[in-house]
Design a binder for this molecule. Structure first.
Ligand code: HSE
Length: 441
């Protein structure tokens, strides 16, 4: 049988993982496919920086064009990251009738609809398992394993860097900067780490998962996003005192009418299964109407784990090629024409429990003023902690609330932050704990 030939564009962290798997595990793939999966060319602008692996120099080129122009190459792997150049490469590859594998969630979150449509028209496939959850077969699961279900909700830890930072801060009191540096040293972080810590990368991934789960077009713009850069160690400590862990979560829920789509640091009970997902690990807790809740867990970032997902796509595409099968499965698990738009619930309509950390002067009457404003906005307090006394400019007053409406919360905090006794902007965190209000009744 004719070998399947691969051109790899981008020899960075994940590119090294893919190149290593293809060059070192070729025999195993041969057995699985009945033909060879050959790494034919590798393109990168920088061929000088030492890599954790060596490649035959005859495979290397600085010109991505050499791969796009090579008629022997069946599948182009795009691993350069970023948006504009990657989009150009992918669209040219599709136009030339080549199948594409990418781990580029940023690209797919912004231009996935256009790319999948172009691929469908050209009769080629796009593999993107590595774009969400690193090595976890998450896209496969939503597209195939859970196809019988209506997805009711998903909670995801989808960014290894942010989870690594929160884990190091919570467990060892590491500073934010120190933990971020470590994540960068491990190759988890994006080239621009603000994408990791501001929640954008998580939202890119959520946009892709929502399209798979609900049969909607990819709609990154609809997601409400907050990151972890305003969090302080003290918030992680207070959370623990209340019985919670803080995780950067992607949350989506289908209430039958509208869907929630949000990314923010979230307090979850210490005994919740996601509270114990640590380091660069990712996990997604999915509830389907037939299957009930399931958990998918694994390394969400890194050379070999994401490489594993990219090569899984290559093997799948190579199987289709060797059997002459075309587009057996639509990229997002649903034919383009069957996609329907769903209304996304504005964050103002969210009803949940909240954590507030006020920086208040320690004077008689301050707490009653704060509580008064909360009361005027229909926000009821479930618990309060005040730590420290006295001479500092301000002390933290921490509260958790009963269920309240986000619009009321924002209105109340805007008024509270105007009080002369409040030293700086109040920290707000949302809590996901169905037992909280139930326990108080
Ligand atoms: N920067 C991403 C992360 C890489 O930290 O999870 C994997 O998408």
């Amino acid at each position: 049988m004719k070998p399947v030939q691969v051109g790899l564009i981008g020899w960075g962290t994940v590119g090294c993982g893919v190149a290593r798997l293809l060059t070192e595990s070729g025999n195993r793939y041969h057995q699985r496919l009945g033909t060879q999966l050959i790494l034919r060319k590798v393109a990168d602008l920088d061929l000088e920086t030492p890599r954790p692996m060596n490649l035959d120099p005859r495979l290397l080129t600085r010109q991505a064009q050499d791969i796009l122009d090579d008629p022997e190459i069946d599948i182009v792997v795009e691993l350069i990251g970023g948006v504009d150049a990657a989009r150009e490469l992918v669209m040219v590859a599709i136009a030339r009738g080549k199948h594409v594998v990418t781990a580029n969630k940023h690209l797919l979150a912004l231009y996935g609809n256009e790319i999948f449509q172009a691929a469908a028209q050209a009769g080629v496939e796009i593999g993107f398992e590595g774009s969400v959850g690193g090595g976890i077969p998450l896209i496969l699961s939503l597209r195939q394993g859970l196809a019988a279900n209506r997805i009711q909700e998903m909670f995801g830890i989808l960014n290894g860097t942010a989870n690594y930072i929160l884990t190091r801060m919570a467990a060892e009191g590491a500073s934010f900067q120190q933990a971020l540096q470590e994540a960068q040293d491990q190759g988890y972080a994006e080239a621009d780490p603000s994408l990791d810590v501001e929640g954008t990368d998580t939202a890119h991934k959520l946009a892709i998962l929502m399209a798979l789960a609900y049969g909607v077009p990819i709609n990154f713009e609809a997601i409400a996003i907050e990151g972890i850069s305003d969090l302080e160690l003290v918030d992680l400590q207070f959370a623990r005192e209340f019985g919670y862990q803080i995780k950067l979560l992607a949350i989506t829920r289908d209430d039958g009418e509208r869907i929630e789509a949000r990314v923010h640091p979230t307090m979850i009970p210490l005994d919740h299964i996601l509270a114990n997902v640590n380091g660069a690990y990712n996990a997604v807790y999915i509830t389907g109407d037939a299957v009930g809740p399931i958990l998918l867990y694994g390394q969400g970032a890194g050379m070999m784990s994401t490489g594993s997902a990219v090569v899984a796509d290559l093997i799948e595409l190579a199987r289709n090629l060797t059997h002459g099968i075309k587009r057996r499965l639509p990229a997002l698990g649903i034919e383009h024409v069957s996609q329907t738009n769903r209304e996304v619930k504005p964050l103002d309509d969210l009803i949940t429990n909240y954590y507030f950390r006020f920086a208040a002067q320690d004077r008689p009457g301050v707490l009653s003023k704060v509580a008064g404003i909360l009361g005027q906005n229909q926000i009821s307090i479930a618990a309060v902690i005040q730590k420290g006394r006295g001479l500092q400019e301000s002390v933290p007053i921490v509260m958790i609330t009963h269920e309240a409406r986000e619009a009321h919360v924002r209105q109340a905090l805007a008024a509270i932050d105007q009080l002369p006794e409040i030293a700086h902007k109040t920290i707000l965190l949302r809590i996901e704990d169905p037992g909280l209000d139930a326990a108080q009744i």
